[in-house]
Design a protein around this ligand. Sequence first.
Ligand SMILES: [Zn+2]
Ligand SMILES: [Zn+2]
Length: 397
Amino acid sequence: MTYLLQALTERAGEFIRLRRDIHRNPELAFEEHRTAALVADKLEGWGYAVERGVGGTGVVGRLVRGEGSRRLGLRADMDALPIVEASGREWASARAGVMHACGHDGHTAMLLAAARHLAEQGRFSGTLNLVFQPAEEGGGGALRMMDDGLFERYPCDAVFAMHNMPGIPQGHMVMREGAMMASSDYATIVLSGVGGHGAMPHKAVDPLVAAASIVMALQTIVSRNIDPLQPAVVTVGALHAGHANNVIPATATLELTVRALDRDARATLERRIRELVQFQAQSFGVEADIQWRPGYSVLVNSAEETAFAREVAVELLGADRVTLQGEPLTGSEDFAFMLERVPGSYVLIGNDGDPSQAGSSCMVHNPGYDFNDGNIAVGSAYWVLLAERFLPVGTQH
Ligand SMILES: [Zn+2]
Ligand SMILES: [Zn+2]
């Protein structure tokens, strides 16, 4: 597959410039107007049927070729983060406090580079749906696009997405069958008692003592209710109660973050948190109000599509540059929602070893982060090969 890598390397310059232009002009969730317009204009210019404004600022480009009946979805995300950039790059953000610190500028550029190659030279038969989504960083842009009829209007037999990742050498890819990214849920718990004088606790109902007990009780969920072989996290990240040493407050508030790598474990965490909070509160005579905010689902890569994604990576890069079954991550990703509807796989591409950086790149969401432009050729070649293998010419499906 060296010819493909070579072809995409030759065309990489244009898309490296584009990536840096997007990097210099980052946009937050659902505000990706410039980026979305840029994407849509390019796709239209290359002959794609383009729909703008899907789920807010999302863009879908469709290209149908030949008689093949299979339909493929490839997803890139376009949003940036509210971070003050400190990368020192020439192409650093021109917008104060907004930064492409997760490499979504690179994801967009890689998919565009593939889109152009596929339009001009792609050997495929079937339907290619390119999905550029808004608001991956907490906004649930994937879900918004789905609520807007993404898969009804653009049915897909499989969907794939790629994320750049520090800690993996550039030019390498990591695959994983099964759960790959954690679910993320949030809870706000307000305990209401009766405030009073600190010297007369028997005349009050103290929510602060109840809160302290609940914080400790919550620690038993992971240790006593979850399979020891299942990763899970319950963190009380904030506890607010009281202002003075001689006043018993009327309320106490707890803020929780909850993560799991298994759908059943996720359900157990919610059930046990609700039970412990309710019954602990009751035992102290305080009222508990729980606001549960479901975040992203567990991201689960399906077996068949992951096997296919691995074959494509090995064909492109060689077995020594592909990790077939990597470790799961406790980060979350809203591509998980797409994978609940359509089988597919989320793959990682290494971001380390940029010649202009010493050693490995820092973690995503760090103010010094930058996408490795060496990935433009590799990542776009991967998308092209995956599309050509998924939508083969001369086969009736
Ligand atoms: Zn991110
Ligand atoms: Zn990201």
